[in-house]
Design a protein around this ligand. Sequence first.
Ligand SMILES: *[C@@H]1O[C@H](CO)[C@@H](O)[C@H](O)[C@H]1NC(C)=O
Ligand SMILES: *[C@@H]1O[C@H](CO)[C@@H](O)[C@H](O)[C@H]1NC(C)=O
Ligand SMILES: *[C@@H]1O[C@H](CO)[C@@H](O)[C@H](O)[C@H]1NC(C)=O
Ligand SMILES: *[C@@H]1O[C@H](CO)[C@@H](O)[C@H](O)[C@H]1NC(C)=O
Ligand SMILES: *[C@@H]1O[C@H](CO)[C@@H](O)[C@H](O)[C@H]1NC(C)=O
Ligand SMILES: *[C@@H]1O[C@H](CO)[C@@H](O)[C@H](O)[C@H]1NC(C)=O
Ligand SMILES: *[C@@H]1O[C@H](CO)[C@@H](O)[C@H](O)[C@H]1NC(C)=O
Ligand SMILES: *[C@@H]1O[C@H](CO)[C@@H](O)[C@H](O)[C@H]1NC(C)=O
Ligand SMILES: *[C@@H]1O[C@H](CO)[C@@H](O)[C@H](O)[C@H]1NC(C)=O
Ligand SMILES: *[C@@H]1O[C@H](CO)[C@@H](O)[C@H](O)[C@H]1NC(C)=O
Ligand SMILES: *[C@@H]1O[C@H](CO)[C@@H](O)[C@H](O)[C@H]1NC(C)=O
Ligand SMILES: [Cu+2]
Length: 564
Amino acid sequence: MRLQNLLYLAYAFTVAATSIPVLETRKTKSPSKPKPCAGNSAHKRTKWCDYDINTDYTKIVPHTGVTREYWLSIDEITVAPDGISRFAMAINGTIPGPTIYANWGDEVVIHVTNHLNESKNGTSIHWHGIRQNYTNQNDGVVSITQCPTAPGSTITYKWRAAQYGSSWYHSHIGLQAWMGVFGGVIINGPASQNYDVDKGMLFLNDWSHQTADELYTHAQTVGPPTLDTGLINGTNMYNTSGKYFTMRANKGESYRLRIVNAAIDTHWKFMIDNHKLTVIGMDLVPVKPYTTDYINIGMGQRYDIIVTANQPKARNHWIRAIPQTDCSENHNVDNIRGILHYHGKVGTPLTNPWNFTDICVDEDLSKLVPVVPKSVSAADWQDMTDVTVAKNTKNLFRWYLNSTTMEVLWEDPTLLQIYDNQTEWPNSSGVIELPNANEWVYLLINTSMPVAHPIHLHGHDFFILAQGEGAWDGTTITSNPPRRDTALLQSSGHLLIAFETDNPGAWLMHCHIGWHTSEGFALQFIERYEEARQLIDLKYVNDNCASWITYDEGNGIEQEDSGV
Ligand SMILES: *[C@@H]1O[C@H](CO)[C@@H](O)[C@H](O)[C@H]1NC(C)=O
Ligand SMILES: *[C@@H]1O[C@H](CO)[C@@H](O)[C@H](O)[C@H]1NC(C)=O
Ligand SMILES: *[C@@H]1O[C@H](CO)[C@@H](O)[C@H](O)[C@H]1NC(C)=O
Ligand SMILES: *[C@@H]1O[C@H](CO)[C@@H](O)[C@H](O)[C@H]1NC(C)=O
Ligand SMILES: *[C@@H]1O[C@H](CO)[C@@H](O)[C@H](O)[C@H]1NC(C)=O
Ligand SMILES: *[C@@H]1O[C@H](CO)[C@@H](O)[C@H](O)[C@H]1NC(C)=O
Ligand SMILES: *[C@@H]1O[C@H](CO)[C@@H](O)[C@H](O)[C@H]1NC(C)=O
Ligand SMILES: *[C@@H]1O[C@H](CO)[C@@H](O)[C@H](O)[C@H]1NC(C)=O
Ligand SMILES: *[C@@H]1O[C@H](CO)[C@@H](O)[C@H](O)[C@H]1NC(C)=O
Ligand SMILES: *[C@@H]1O[C@H](CO)[C@@H](O)[C@H](O)[C@H]1NC(C)=O
Ligand SMILES: *[C@@H]1O[C@H](CO)[C@@H](O)[C@H](O)[C@H]1NC(C)=O
Ligand SMILES: [Cu+2]
């Protein structure tokens, strides 16, 4: 049974009519996509110049000498992705925003300008899954690595594409990511199986005709709202309006898709009727190819899949993103669809879904075998944390990790506190200090509540040593465990993760359900304090904070959430 049903309180919910500022959609020329490295072709995807799929990318990164520079603008717009018009915030006028492309080893520089004048929203962009090796201050998390970037201001992020595969970027303040502020990141590199054509990103979003900001009151007082529908790469049918996402295929060809679960509160099963999917990567980690009817994908996770147009008869096949009602509710469970069509014309498919059980789980750990094998050493540091929920003194839901709910301040990021040599942390900061270099950290996350949470860690891939229902039985996966940046803590279950302290900085770990992050489900690791302090470019952090503080004072901005 779902927690929100247990906790259901009768509550009349009304939303004030909001004025909708209309902004012209910007016409943009997309920057040229990088060319693949020598040797990489449809018949030899494992090759990448002098490197290949077996190269240990955690130690070796190609020196390309290339810097890719992008300019992004965050705007307030009116959108109707399913034919129903509403207010949204978006990057360069589109949902999803423009894709950032790079080759493995490139430097990436992105200038982000905030135009959220009407809403008076600060902003930040987090590069989800990007290692940020020794570049913590580019992680884009308000209250941790930066102040909000004020309307009218620009912030520049710089990082190295030290991994390769598929990821995404999204705002990391309040619920802005689910107002529409996100887009794809593609880092070209080798792949563990051949394919003919790269079809790029494929975003799965849940969607409502009220905005996430409008629904937050309901989330905090009653529990997670039932959302209206979902979108496949930014489009869907709703009743008779809108349009389905379509993808053209030529018989016999194989296609790579880079699936992202960008939902605020939906765990999906993704499938294409009659077509098996071959998984070749998860998050930014290439895996040994395996074939499946559908993938289970939790919020924040990515899967790289290959699909081959091999069906002899039917030309039109449903693509389905199916919300798992085991862990959240949706009014349109059976109609979040797209169409895979062979050759020219699109018709209405008459196909049936693969059989499945409605349940919120990750892909089976035994299938997720990283191509570059790694093992984990015994724990140098270990701890556990319990996950619970309760109402605070204002009668609003808050999530607690070991009885503390995060409350940090936008205008006082951890990096400035570190710079000032602060060493005492209030419980509400959720700080865990990891002072020593190259130690193995084990964290057991445990909950006796019937709610599942996708756990995301910044600055690292973690190893999944144990995952399941009930209490941890003390056993761990010892040989080449799956590693990634987001994994599911199952309902009434446990998740044991491990990572090495190889990246100085202040790194957030949080639940990727938007409501839960805002309701305090987060902690931060301060890893190698002294080195983290030395990496801080004070002017970079301070200039952005100074313009925010001026804006904040001039506009009387109130922060009412966890701060992350
Ligand atoms: C991460 O940065 C450190 C310090 O600059 C460097 O020694 C290490 O090689 C880098 N690792 C990767 C994978 O780039
Ligand atoms: C985004 O829009 C800006 C203009 O506002 C433009 O300069 C930039 O090239 C666009 N970026 C992308 C990636 O399309
Ligand atoms: C953004 O603005 C909306 C009002 O338009 C408000 O509800 C929301 O809390 C703001 N979010 C942030 C992160 O400031
Ligand atoms: C909105 O922001 C722009 C800068 O991006 C600024 O020039 C403009 O004056 C602002 N408008 C309002 C109404 O604040
Ligand atoms: C999804 O949208 C992105 C961004 O607009 C685009 O680059 C990509 O090609 C689309 N994906 C597919 C499979 O059409
Ligand atoms: C969509 O259809 C349902 C069921 O017929 C109806 O209750 C709802 O009002 C319709 N929504 C819109 C926005 O037309
Ligand atoms: C699903 O299960 C039913 C009943 O066992 C079976 O008839 C049907 O063929 C299955 N569908 C698929 C796509 O496997
Ligand atoms: C959480 O509480 C448990 C039980 O009291 C304790 O062993 C553990 O160290 C605490 N963990 C953290 C991260 O504070
Ligand atoms: C912080 O401590 C270091 C020595 O560890 C010192 O060099 C530095 O000046 C101190 N910074 C501040 C802001 O006090
Ligand atoms: C902070 O946490 C410690 C350890 O769990 C606890 O003893 C203390 O009472 C907490 N302080 C506050 C103000 O909640
Ligand atoms: C973890 O949660 C389970 C319930 O799912 C409970 O039985 C067990 O005692 C918990 N373990 C710890 C160490 O708190
Ligand atoms: Cu959660």
